[in-house]
Write a protein that binds this ligand. Structure first.
Ligand SMILES: [Zn+2]
Length: 400
C-alpha cells in the first residue's frame, strides 16, 4: 500500500474534523502539484515504490538470473511452465512471445529469487513488462518496481563519485530522494515515474553500491527537501563555475528557493571554466546564417552575469537566440553549459568562453564536494544552494 493510499482515510478524517488537527499525529501538510500529501509522525514507515523505465525493446529482450525465473501475469498466476534461468522475449504476431510460446496477456511480470540481469542492469527480483504501441510501433516497455531507498542507493554512485566526502553524498541522497518522490506524484498516470537516464536521474541498479553509498542513504533515510511545506524541485548540476542561476533565467517559472547564489567552492572542477571554438563558416551554416559569421554580440545577461541572448551576424544575415538554444544547436557535450561569459572572434574562428557544466540551477555537485571538504554538513550544503528550504523526514526505517 502506498503512503498516499494509507493516509487517504486520515486526510479525509482531518478534512472533516479540522479542530483535531493539532492533536493529530500528522503534523506537516504537503501539496505537490494537484496532489496533497501528508508528512507524518514518528511511528510510521515507508512503503513507497517507484516505477523506473529500464528500457524499450522492439526486437528482442533477454533476461537472466542466477536462480529460476517465474513468468506471471499481473495477478501472480504463472503463464509459462519452467522458463529456466534465462528467457528471450520477442514481439511476434502482435504478442509477446518466448520461442514458440505466445503469451495471451500483454503485461508480464518476470520474477526470481536471485538478481535479474537485463541489458546493462542488474536488479532485484522483479520486472514488469508491457507490450504497447509507442509512436506507431509495438515495443516491450521494461519497468522496475523499486523501493525509494533502494532507488536512492542505485542512483547515488552514478550521479556523484562514491569516493567524494560523505556529507556531499548525503546532500545528493536528499535531493535524489526528493526529486524521485516529486516525479512520482507528478506522473502518477504514467506507466513509469522515472527514466533511468540523465533525462531524470541516472539509475544503475545494484552496481556501484558500496558502504559509503549505503551510509549516505541510511543516514538520510526518508529525508526530503521542502519549501513552505511542499516538496522542493531539487534540481542539481555538475558545476556552476562560481554562481548558480535564478530558475526563471533558465526555465520559465520563478521559484523562491532556486535563486542565484555565490558558490565559490567548485574551482576544482575540470569544467569550472571552458572555451570552445568554431570556424566562422561552419558556425554560420549550423545556425542558418548566410555566409561566415563576422560579428557577435551578447544582447542581455542573467542576474548571475552569463549570456541570456546572443546575436550572430554575417555580411548578409543575422540570427538572435538564447544561450540555451545555442547549446542545443552546438551539442550538449560540445558546449558543457549554456552559461557563456564572452564571445570573441579571431581571423577565421569564433571563440565562446563559458563556465560550469549543466544548467546551473540548485545544488552544484563540485561545490557540494568543496563545502564538505570545508567541514560543512549536508544540511548546510543544502541551505547553501536551496534558499529558505528545510530538510524533513517523510518516513523512518521499519523497526524490523
Ligand atoms: Zn559551484
Amino acid at each position: 500500500m502506498s503512503f498516499l493510499e494509507r493516509f487517504l482515510p486520515i486526510i479525509n478524517h482531518h478534512t472533516k474534523r479540522s479542530r483535531s488537527w493539532k492533536n493529530s499525529r500528522l503534523h506537516i501538510f504537503f501539496c505537490v502539484g494537484f496532489h496533497t500529501l501528508f508528512l507524518f509522525a514518528t511511528d510510521l514507515y515507508a512503503s513507497e515504490t517507484l516505477k523506473i523505465a529500464l528500457g524499450r525493446f522492439n526486437s528482442k529482450l533477454e533476461i537472466q538470473s542466477s536462480e529460476k525465473l517465474r513468468v506471471t501475469d499481473i495477478f501472480d498466476q504463472d503463464v509459462m511452465p519452467s522458463p529456466g534461468k534465462s528467457i528471450t522475449l520477442k514481439i511476434k504476431n502482435d504478442r509477446i512471445a518466448a520461442g514458440s510460446h505466445s503469451f495471451e496477456t500483454s503485461a508480464l511480470h518476470i520474477k526470481s529469487k536471485g538478481k535479474l540481469v537485463i541489458g546493462e542492469f542488474k536488479v532485484d527480483n522483479e520486472l514488469h513488462l508491457t507490450l504497447r504501441s509507442y509512436k506507431d510501433k509495438l515495443e516491450i516497455l521494461a519497468v522496475l518496481p523499486v523501493d525509494v531507498e533502494a532507488y536512492v542507493r542505485g542512483v547515488l554512485g552514478h550521479e556523484m563519485s562514491p569516493s567524494w566526502p560523505i556529507e556531499a553524498l548525503k546532500a545528493q541522497a536528499v535531493v535524489t530522494r526528493t526529486f524521485a518522490i516529486r516525479q512520482k506524484y507528478e506522473r502518477e498516470t504514467w506507466p513509469y515515474h522515472m527514466e533511468s537516464s540523465i533525462l531524470d536521474q541516472v539509475y544503475g541498479g545494484t552496481s556501484k553500491i558500496n558502504s559509503r553509498i549505503e551510509d549516505a542513504q541510511s543516514a538520510t533515510y526518508g529525508e526530503v527537501l521542502t519549501y513552505d511545506h511542499e516538496l522542493a524541485l531539487s534540481v542539481f548540476h555538475s558545476t556552476c563555475g562560481g554562481t548558480t542561476e535564478n530558475v526563471e533565467d533558465v526555465w520559465v517559472e520563478a521559484l523562491p528557493y532556486l535563486r542565484s547564489r555565490t558558490c565559490g567552492y567548485c574551482e576544482e572542477s575540470p569544467k569550472h571554466r571552458w572555451e570552445v571554438s568554431f570556424s566562422k563558416k561552419g558556425l554560420g551554416s549550423l545556425l542558418g546564417v548566410r555566409g561566415p559569421i563576422s560579428k557577435t554580440r551578447i544582447k542581455s545577461r542573467t542576474d548571475a552575469g552569463t549570456a541570456r541572448k546572443i546575436e550572430l551576424r554575417s555580411a548578409k544575415s543575422s540570427t538572435s537566440l538564447s544561450a540555451a538554444h545555442l547549446r542545443k544547436k552546438l551539442g550538449y557535450q560540445t558546449m558543457p553549459s549554456p552559461r557563456i561569459d564572452a564571445i570573441r572572434s579571431s581571423l577565421n574562428k569564433v571563440h565562446i568562453r563559458g563556465r560550469g557544466f549543466g544548467h546551473g540551477l540548485g545544488l552544484c555537485q563540485w561545490g557540494a564536494k568543496g563545502l564538505a571538504e570545508a567541514n560543512k554538513t549536508y544540511h548546510e550544503i543544502l541551505d547553501h544552494y536551496y534558499t529558505g528550504t528545510r530538510t524533513q523526514r517523510l518516513y523512518r526505517p521499519s523497526a524490523n
